[in-house]
Design a protein around this ligand. Structure first.
Ligand SMILES: Cc1cc2nc3c(=O)[nH]c(=O)nc-3n(C[C@H](O)[C@H](O)[C@H](O)COP(=O)(O)OP(=O)(O)OC[C@H]3O[C@@H](n4cnc5c(N)ncnc54)[C@H](O)[C@@H]3O)c2cc1C
Length: 286
């Protein structure tokens, strides 16, 4: 088991990956309006391992099942941050501590942290795109010696929408760690904030385009704009990784709903090396 895996190792479920196992909601924190972080205890003695960027399928009995990124873990509990947008996520957000839900996972491919060793590491996220990335950021900060500069760019609609605000302040205080925030509908100017979208922050970001790895997650229109800007800045496609989101049912490449060209977001992603999906990226309906 490599270093990354051992750091984040929790417990793993085995057996049939189509069969949910029970988890108990231990606690729930409202991060901002409509977004909760759930702390879940798996009701199994088997170990659970995951990579940063992987996801679980969470189910509410009698309602349905959705893909949710693994945000991290606290002691033996798994953390998931959920925006309540529809049928299943509303039901998840309404669960009370002590109630049970189902979990299948972990699924998919995570972030290639090892490829970023010895390089500048740039994170570009928007909205809830920070959730699949936050564990990778924490790992990079904990292993600060592994990277040269760390650049964290996050965009939100309004500065009130920023999750884990104190966390960004802690990251900003780290050696050679640049944290820039953008709000597209901000009312008043705040220190370290820029009015606009996250891609506008790339102008101020300091990194070596020839020796960096970029990890991004957010709306595809944002990632498309970021990739164009990075290209202008001299960052090769080979340095770019992105986490994609699609609606799907199985999480294992059976239902076909998340297909992008020859790939499935659920099992070949959600984190993709950009050159692999470049021919299909941004083409709707594929
Ligand atoms: C790999 C992956 C990781 C994810 N991680 C998280 C996470 O950490 N936190 C989180 O809150 N959400 C995450 N999501 C999104 C989450 O799965 C959807 O919000 C959820 O499926 C919505 O289900 P629902 O029944 O609540 O809403 P529904 O009632 O099904 O839909 C509500 C609205 O959202 C649209 N919608 C539903 N699912 C998706 C989707 N996947 N992509 C685009 N539009 C969709 C519907 O068309 C509808 O307009 C992730 C999705 C994927 C694929």
């Amino acid at each position: 088991m490599n270093d990354t895996m051992s750091i984040i190792t929790s417990r793993v479920m085995s057996g049939n990956s189509m069969t949910p196992i029970a988890a108990t909601l231990v606690s729930k924190t409202e991060e901002v309006l409509g977004v909760v972080t759930m702390s879940l205890r798996l009701e199994t003695s088997e170990p659970f391992e995951f990579q940063f960027g992987q996801f679980n399928m969470l189910s509410v009995f009698g309602v349905g099942e959705v893909a949710i990124s693994i945000m991290g873990r606290h002691e033996d509990e798994l953390l998931h941050t959920i925006r309540s947008v529809g049928r299943v996520t509303h039901a998840l957000a309404r669960l009370k501590p002590g109630e049970q839900l189902g979990i299948r996972g972990p699924f998919g491919q995570g972030w290639p942290i090892e490829r970023a060793i010895g390089k500048d590491l740039i994170f570009i996220t928007a909205g809830l795109g920070c959730a699949p990335v936050v564990a990778a950021i924490k790992h990079a900060i904990q292993h600060r010696e592994n990277h040269h500069r760390i650049v964290i760019l996050q965009g939100v609609k309004h500065h009130r929408d920023l999750l884990w605000r104190p966390q960004y302040e802690i990251w900003r205080d780290q050696h050679q760690c640049q944290v820039l925030l953008a709000a597209s509908e901000e009312h008043k100017r705040k220190q370290h904030w820029k009015l606009g979208v996250v891609t506008g922050l790339l102008e101020e970001a300091c990194f070596d385009a020839d020796n960096c790895i970029v990890m991004m997650c957010g709306p595809e229109i944002m990632m498309k704009a970021a990739l164009e800007q990075l290209k202008l800045n001299g960052v090769p496609d080979d340095a770019c990784y992105l986490s994609m989101e699609r609606n799907f049912q199985c999480g294992q490449g059976f239902c076909g709903h998340c297909q992008i060209g020859p790939y499935f977001v659920c099992k070949d992603g959600p984190v993709f090396h950009y050159p692999n999906i470049k021919p299909w990226f941004g083409q709707w309906g594929l």
